[in-house]
Design a protein around this ligand. Structure first.
Ligand code: MN
Length: 407
């Protein structure tokens, strides 16, 4: 029985322990009771029930229908709970209890694991920003805007339309107008795209007027998840000047059902790319611990891998994004989610959007399911990722998948 008999090197072994929220199919009382769980291989341990059964003081944080109480409890509690969970799934004395509270993933429903407070999306990949600049501003002297190397560019998105992996995404409708068109038209987007990103989940809140410095990142951010920032490029192109993304983005953002705690990613920390411009003191991370994460992302359309974006190439780190997001005195709330921005590496096979992969529709991708520039109804997009773990292991990130359905 899992977890003690997990195969050697399972990316969801006891070194990982990502958190989610699940309910059992056909639960005895039919209530669809939700509980915090941790993933072990292709099973989930009911962490709330385990805490209760083992008389743990952490039952008040884990026997809950959402991760929010745990998120709000802060860094010391996060470490203590993780230590307790690690013991439960590795110490033989707990074997029978844990086995009896562990369920195959095929027998549970995974829910949005936390109540999303505010949602922000950044633009932290230099390769992505340069590709977008070359596509949309071909005559510009520099493919980057003048501010790009001085601050992490972002916008506030729509928290209420963040959905868990597996949720269908309805093709959005809206206005579009190509430069040569005489007038805008209304209808379903014909340029529906993805953005392969990593989402950071804020646990501990902060007070208004109290910026979070770079060194405060680990006190406030609990963990990360994979994130797909669905984007209607035609709606976006017509509406975004001068205030930025709006309806071309706000119809849906998908996140993985599993939140990987930062404590599971210690071996994945890497230095970000060399800084080419001096940074203002609140963003200068030259004296900080490495702020990058070595996450190997894979993007599949209808099961066919089209790209493998490397997160280690991101110019701006999550700590810098948090510092920038709060430097004006804006507060953090438990459940705040911020996206990294599309992850794109240097090579063509490392681009994190169809916009870049097809160069705005010019070069169609040849997939087993047919030619694609942008997404067609019925297409399923799946992001997966792993990171280096302790002793040569891999830390698996929960996948984020979504199917496009017609408007
Ligand atoms: Mn985005």
């Amino acid at each position: 029985m899992p977890p003690f008999d997990l195969p050697e090197g399972d990316p969801f072994g006891p070194h990982n322990l990502p958190y989610g929220v699940f309910s059992r199919h056909g639960s005895p009382d039919g209530s669809g009771h939700r509980s915090v769980g941790v993933r072990l291989g292709d099973h989930v341990l009911d962490a709330g029930a385990a805490a209760t059964a083992l008389g743990s003081p952490y039952a008040t944080l884990l026997a809950r229908p959402s991760l929010n109480p745990l998120l709000a409890a802060g860094r010391t509690a996060w470490s203590d709970v993780r230590r307790a969970l690690t013991a439960w799934v590795t110490v033989p004395a707990h074997r029978e209890t844990v086995a009896s509270l562990t369920h195959p993933l095929s027998e549970v429903t995974l829910h949005l694991p936390f109540e999303v407070a505010d949602y922000v999306d950044f633009y932290a990949s230099e390769n992505h920003a340069r590709n977008v600049g070359r596509i949309f501003r071909p005559d510009a002297e520099d493919s980057l805007t003048p501010n790009w190397k001085h601050l992490p560019i972002g916008y506030h998105g729509r928290a209420g339309t963040v959905v868990v992996s597996g949720t269908d995404v309805v093709r959005p409708s809206g206005q579009r107008k190509a430069p040569a068109d005489p007038a805008p038209v209304f209808g379903p987007s014909v340029r529906l795209d993805i953005e392969a990103e990593v989402g950071f989940v804020v646990g501990a809140p902060s007070a208004m007027g109290a910026p979070v410095p770079l060194a405060g990142f680990r006190d406030h951010v609990f963990g990360l998840c994979l994130l797909n920032d669905w984007s209607a490029r035609d709606l976006q192109a017509w509406e975004y000047v001068p205030l930025g993304p709006f309806l071309g983005k706000s119809f849906a953002t998908s996140v993985s059902a599993w939140v990987t705690p930062l404590d599971a990613l210690e071996d994945a920390r890497v230095a970000p790319p060399a800084r080419t411009h001096p940074l203002l003191p609140y963003l200068d991370d030259s004296a900080e611990e490495p702020g990058g994460y070595d996450l190997r992302i894979s993007v599949a359309v209808n099961g066919h891998v089209v790209s493998e974006p490397p997160f280690s190439t991101m110019y701006w780190t999550a700590a810098q994004q948090l510092a920038h997001m709060t430097v004006n005195g804006a507060s953090l709330r438990t459940g705040d989610l911020y996206g990294s921005g599309t992850v794109s590496g240097t090579s063509e096979r490392e681009r994190g959007s169809l916009l870049e992969l097809t160069w705005n529709g010019r070069d169609a991708l040849e997939l087993p399911s047919g030619k694609r520039t942008f997404l067609e109804d019925g297409d399923v997009v799946t992001l997966t990722a792993w990171a280096p773990g302790p002793g040569g292991t891999r830390v698996g990130l929960g996948e984020v998948s979504g199917r496009v359905v017609s408007a």
